[in-house]
Design a protein around this ligand. Structure first.
Ligand code: PEP
Ligand code: MG
Length: 734
């Protein structure tokens, strides 16, 4: 049967069974117009002619609000609007429901009667059920080609989400829904009682699974947290939710169609709720409904990974780090999250894997369908769903350009990093996870200048055991194959939270709170275990230990005493020890700037943590986008502080590195080298671009060019301008 015929038949059947004079279907087009697609009762000539804008008239109001309207006197409603071509002036009562699919409104289904009549709740329910079937017909494309104006339906419309950039890079590919929509094929039941029993059985097994997850030690199951599970347990027993699903079954649906219908209603409502607490609770129900659906349709694939396209872009509401690692890396082109913050675990892992990520893309899951074309721009945070050809072409060109650049950088990999006038600038990489390690070879890094040991702790479900720590540290040293590795001891607290760390206090200013060294010295057990694991892993090799967030010099003495106790302990028990042990400090807190000589004397090396040093010097929260980029990192004030550190290090012949994000930006890296900071540690992807810039720069000339503003300047961007001009004149890509 042709799609139009099928639709005509459906409206005729509804009109008959509801004893209504009129039944009509309106479909929402990509241009925001609702087009009359089928009718009995209204003028048949109006089909594909009559049009309403979103929000216009009763039908437009339903589509805009995603809520039904049930009116005994339609003309009295303020939104009522008379469309002469339809001949609907006769009809007084009106019942309209949105046609929903996965929370999106695709159109409106309406019945009308001449008599003043109040439609019952069960009639509304029945209409919503039929609307769901029509929604499926629209979504699967049966109805797409009917529009008179040749306009695509809304479902196929290009959409741009303005999310948050979370991991650099650009990915072009096709949508893979992390939680694929379970396709409900059996809609209507033959045996209501049997379906009610199926629902009850599925619910009780769902509740059991949650109880089971809660009772296991491993509460980070599927990346979730105990609190979430507790909420799930509460919701799984929610009477209102269960009743609504049962009601849908009594109205003729199968158990799975009933679950989906209630879920769909909930999602439509979710899109209009702004209260964050309520939204969170409603999306918990959404997750729960997904689980219930999978439970009911056992045997259906629960994960799209098996049939992954070559260019998969994973679209998810949220995701655990371990779940991302389950996907084959060679097919991943990007990740789009409705939630997710720069410090969420999945984002940390994605960054390590070099996968572009955009977060905060609200509503993207409901808008996408598996296989839709999609672009994720991890530089701007934009997500283009079903992009227009010109957008796609522009991005494809960008990707080709970036690939060519990468190729050029690869050819530099084995070139020594030396300026044009012969000054070596050593380029190291930052790392923190096993997935980072292949980059040591691939990036051409001279070593690992910062190994953030807390990342292993942050993505774990519980405190990693001593053996697991030792194993990771040994793998790191093996992968470095003799290149120097600097392990930073645990830098937790602040924005680096461990969900299982029960004693973590609620702090008003966590960045200034109980973190890093402060926590390590107050809870020496943690540091002791880690130091022991590091000493064992480095047996027979060099071990470089770096202390984060040092504020006063005595903290270094305390940490050193603790480390030496562990050395003694291990040697007493006959364990092999590192060949050499070097202990260094990070310079992240401005207090140290006023005792640089004392600092340089006390340690074997110093590394500037410019991310934190800048945040504290400028009193600008590094995680707050309103203020983080407000101040100039190359201002004379900040550079003078850096230069005083470099001068003190030179005076005391204390090796100095800088391992904050600025080291990885070519323009900033040139400025740092000009100040005399010539060992830089950065993300592995930055090594190529920075090396390319270093090779072309005459350091003496650049130093002379910035000398005056460095000495006499106060604010402004003149140093940046000078370096930019120099770079342009020497064809240096910044
Ligand atoms: C820094 O603060 O610059 C640094 C490298 O440490 P992190 O970014 O891990 O705080
Ligand atoms: Mg830091």
């Amino acid at each position: 049967m042709a799609p139009q015929q099928r639709l005509d038949r459906i409206v005729a059947q509804i009109a008959q069974s509801m004893v209504a004079e009129v039944c009509s279907v309106y479909a929402l087009r990509a241009d925001g117009v609702l087009e009359l697609y089928a009718t009995v009762g209204l003028n048949p000539k109006a089909v594909h002619q009559s049009q309403l804008r979103l929000g216009q008239g009763l039908v437009g109001t339903i589509a805009a609000s995603s809520r039904p309207l049930n009116l005994a006197e339609a003309q009295k409603h303020p939104a009522f609007e008379y469309l002469p071509e339809t001949g609907e002036e006769l009809y007084n009562s009106f019942l309209g429901v949105p046609i929903l699919r996965a929370g999106r409104t695709l159109g409106v289904l309406v019945v009308q009667n001449e008599a003043h009549r109040a439609y019952g709740d069960d009639e509304g329910e029945a209409m919503e059920t039929v609307a769901m079937v029509i929604g499926e017909m629209i979504a699967t494309g049966d109805l797409r080609s009917l529009s008179s104006a040749g306009v695509e339906l809304d479902l196929a419309k290009p959409v741009t989400h303005h999310g948050q950039p979370l991991s650099e890079g650009i990915g072009l590919g096709h949508v893979v829904l992390h939680e694929p929509r379970v396709v409900v094929t059996a809609m209507f039941n033959d045996d209501t009682q049997a379906e009610l029993e199926r629902l009850a059985a599925a619910l009780s097994s769902l509740r059991l699974t949650i109880d089971d997850m809660l009772s296991r030690g491993d509460v980070a199951f599927e990346g979730e947290h105990r609190d979430v599970l507790e909420t799930y347990r509460m919701f799984a027993h929610d009477k209102g939710w269960v009743q609504r699903m049962e009601e849908a079954i009594r109205n003729g649906l199968t158990a799975e169609a009933g679950v989906e219908k209630v879920q769909s209603d909930m999602r439509a409502r979710l899109s209009t709720v702004t209260d964050p607490y309520l939204r969170e609770r409603m999306s918990d129900f959404d997750d729960l409904a997904n689980r219930l659906l999978r439970q009911l349709i056992s045997g259906e694939p629960s994960h799209g990974a098996k049939s992954l396209p070559e260019d998969a872009i994973i679209v998810a509401r949220h995701m655990g780090a371990a779940e991302l690692l389950d996907y084959p890396r060679d097919r991943l082109r990007g990740l789009v999250l409705e939630e997710g913050a720069p410090t969420s675990h999945v984002v940390i892992v994605a960054r390590a894997m070099n996968i572009p990520v955009a977060g905060g893309a609200k509503g993207v899951v409901a808008m996408s369908d598996s296989g839709d074309a999609i672009i994720v721009d991890g530089l701007s945070g934009h997500v283009h769903l079903r992009p227009q050809p010109d957008v796609e072409a522009a991005y494809a060109e960008k990707v080709r350009f970036r690939a060519r650049r990468q190729e050029e950088y690869r050819t530099l990999r084995d070139r020594p990093s030396v300026t044009a006038d012969g000054h070596p600038v050593s380029l190291l990489m930052n790392a923190g996870l096993l997935v980072d390690l292949p980059q040591v070879e691939q990036s051409g890094a001279a070593g690992i200048g910062l190994f953030r040991t807390e990342l292993q702790f942050m993505i774990a479900a519980t405190f990693p055991r001593a053996e697991a720590q030792e194993r990771l540290y040994r793998s790191v040293l093996d992968a470095a194959a003799g290149r120097p590795v600097t392990f930073r001891t645990l830098d937790i607290g602040g924005d680096k939270v461990l969900p299982y760390f029960r004693n973590a206090p609620d702090e008003e200013n966590p960045a200034l709170g109980w973190r890093a060294m402060r926590l390590a010295l107050d809870r020496p057990g943690l540091l002791r275990t880690q130091v022991r694991a590091l000493l064992k892993a480095a047996s027979g090799r060099e071990l470089r230990l770096m202390l984060p967030m040092v504020t006063e010099l005595h903290e270094i003495d305390q940490a050193r005493a603790l480390i030496m106790r562990e050395v003694k302990h291990l040697s007493r028990f006959g364990h092999g020890l590192p060949l050499t042990l070097r202990i260094g400090a990070m310079l992240e807190v401005p207090s140290l700037l006023f005792d640089l000589d004392g600092l340089m004397e006390k340690v074997d090396f110093v590394s500037i943590g410019s991310n934190d040093l800048f945040q504290f010097m400028y009193a600008a929260d590094r995680g707050n986008s309103r203020v983080a980029d407000r101040f100039e990192t190359l201002s004379p004030t900040f550079l003078r502080a850096l230069k005083s550190i470099a001068d003190a290090a030179a005076r005391h012949e204390t090796p100095l590195t800088l391992c904050g994000e600025i080291a990885g930006r070519p323009l900033e890296a040139l400025a740092l080298a000009a100040l005399g900071i010539t060992t830089l540690s950065m993300s592995p992807a930055a090594i190529g671009p920075v090396k390319a810039a270093i090779l072309k720069t005459d350091m003496a000339a650049l130093r002379a060019a910035i000398a005056d503003p460095l000495e006499n300047g106060s604010t402004g961007a003149d140093i940046r301008d000078i370096i930019r001009e120099y770079a342009e004149a020497h064809a240096i890509a910044l």
